[in-house]
Structure formats: C-alpha cells, structure tokens
Design a protein around this ligand. Structure first.
Ligand SMILES: NC(=O)c1ccc[n+]([C@@H]2O[C@H](COP(=O)([O-])OP(=O)(O)OC[C@H]3O[C@@H](n4cnc5c(N)ncnc54)[C@H](OP(=O)(O)O)[C@@H]3O)[C@@H](O)[C@H]2O)c1
Length: 245
C-alpha cells in the first residue's frame, strides 16, 4: 500500500501520535485533515504545519460527527483513509473512591466513537476504489495495566471489533488495519508518562510514526511497534510482570 496522493482523516490529530502521523503523511504528499475538540491545539498544529486541514469535532458527540462527515462529503469527497486515533486514558481504582468518574467518556472516546464513526463514514469510503480504516489500539489491549483498567478494556474491545470488521469487509475494497503503539511520550493520561523517569521502552511520537507508517505501507493488518510485539504475543501472561503482586 502506498500512502501518497490520498485524502486522510486523523481523529485526535492535533497532538501526540496523531500529529506525528499527520506530519509524516503530509510529507508523503497526502491531504491530511485532523480533528479534535480543542480549537487552540488545532491552531497550534496548523501553525506548525500550514498544509494541515483542521476541523473541530468531538468524536463522542453524534451531531459533531455528523457535521464532520457531511463537511467531508461536500469538501473532500475523495477521502479514502481514516485513522481512529483520538483517545483518552484515566487512572481509576476500584479499591478506592471515584472509580467511575468519567467512565462513559473513556469508553466512548476509546471504543464507541470509533465504531460509530466507522459505521457512519463507511458509505463514503465504499465509494472509493480503495480505502483504509486504521484503528489505533494499544499494547495494553493484550496485557492490561492495572491502574488504567477501563482504558485497557476499551482498547481490548476495539481490538476485538477490528478483527470482526476486517472479516466482514474482506470482500470489499476497504482494508482494516489495527495500529498498536507501545508506550509513547505524549500527553495521554495527563502527561503522567513525561515525568522525567523515562520508561525504557518509551518512544517519541515521531519515531513511532516512522515505524508504524513503514509497516502500514508494507501491508500489515496489525501494525505492531516496539514493546507491542511482546504484549500481542504473550498477552495476559505478562500481567503479573507488568503490575507486580
Ligand atoms: N501514548 C501512548 O503511550 C499510547 C500507547 C498506546 C496507544 N495509544 C493511543 O494512541 C492514540 C493517540 O494518543 P496520544 O498518546 O497521542 O495522546 P494525546 O497526545 O493525548 O492525543 C489524544 C488526542 O485525542 C484527541 N481527543 C480526545 N478526546 C477526543 C474527542 N472526544 N473527540 C476528538 N478528539 C479527541 C485529543 O484532542 P482534544 O483533547 O483537543 O480533543 C488529542 O489530540 C490514542 O488512541 C491512545 O490511546 C497511546
């Protein structure tokens, strides 16, 4: 698969992994649309990459998604690649208080919204000669981290959905890919990862995007990068090692 001369949507593409993907997709000669909730972060992204097309959209909001899709259908009807990249991650403890704070939002951004967006945008994708849906899950979909339990469960659900979606669309021109980042140095989870004690396996968003796009172009159904190769392979067997006793 060659990722050039295409029109591509990256949800959550104004920061972190999504922005690094968007930058490298622009360098390959694509038109790249990024969306997110925050006007300021979209403006910051566009100041760095003036060629970026930006659009405010809360992917968990049905009206906001509808407006995005209608606008794409009118202004960019050749859209053929969608990265479901927007994500949030919250720490929560069922041994303590507030275990359910923002539960619906965490499940919605990481699981329900990508499913809804796919269902709503498929009619447009199916009009293209070839199209690609890339669902960004996580190495934690396979081996969960105990302090972010709902995040891991939602990513596991998105992994499962991606398998069945790929199967259902196997006779169509829509390819379904799962992109599985390892721990990457972004603001996810309120910047808890950027605390100066760099995890040994932590990648920069740029390094991740470089490897991930190369694997995507090689045609892999599952784009496994860095430590995600191990979590995909060994899954829950890694649980004790990752979480201690
Ligand atoms: N960083 C890691 O270690 C890691 C590891 C595995 C998987 N991932 C996955 O990689 C993806 C990108 O995360 P990241 O690490 O790059 O984090 P990030 O820098 O926090 O980026 C997340 C993006 O999602 C957007 N977003 C959040 N809620 C949204 C909503 N309701 N509607 C639209 N956009 C929304 C945010 O923009 P606004 O807040 O402006 O809306 C932000 O641009 C996520 O799916 C994450 O789960 C990350």
């Amino acid at each position: 698969m060659t990722l050039s001369n295409s029109t591509i949507l990256v949800t959550g593409g104004a920061s972190g992994i999504g922005f690094a993907l968007a930058q490298q997709l622009l360098q390959r000669g694509n038109r790249v649309i990024v969306c997110g909730r925050g006007a300021e972060s979209l403006a910051r992204a566009q100041a760095i990459e003036p060629a970026l097309v930006t659009r405010i959209c809360d992917v968990t909001d049905a009206e906001s998604r509808r407006a995005l899709i209608d606008w794409i259908a009118a202004e960019h009807p050749d859209l053929s690649v969608v990265f479901n990249n927007a994500g949030v991650q919250y720490r929560r403890s069922f041994a303590g208080d507030h275990a359910l704070d923002d539960l619906e939002q965490e499940v919605a951004v990481n699981f329900t919204a990508p499913v809804q967006l796919i269902g709503e945008i498929l009619p447009l994708l199916r009009r293209q000669k070839q199209a690609v849906i890339v669902n960004v899950t996580s190495g934690l979909a396979f081996a969960p981290m105990a302090d972010v339990p709902v995040y891991c469960a939602a990513k596991a659900a998105l992994h499962s959905f991606t398998l069945t979606l790929r199967h259902q669309l196997r006779h169509t021109a829509v390819k379904v890919v799962e992109m599985v980042p390892p721990i990457v140095d972004t603001g996810l989870g309120g910047n808890t990862r950027s605390d100066g004690t760099k995890n040994a396996g932590m990648m920069s968003p740029d390094a991740f995007a470089t490897e991930a796009l190369a694997l995507l172009e090689e045609g892999h159904d599952e784009v496994l990068v860095g430590l995600s190769v191990g979590t995909r392979q060994h899954g829950e067997k890694l649980f004790q090692r990752m979480n201690g006793s």
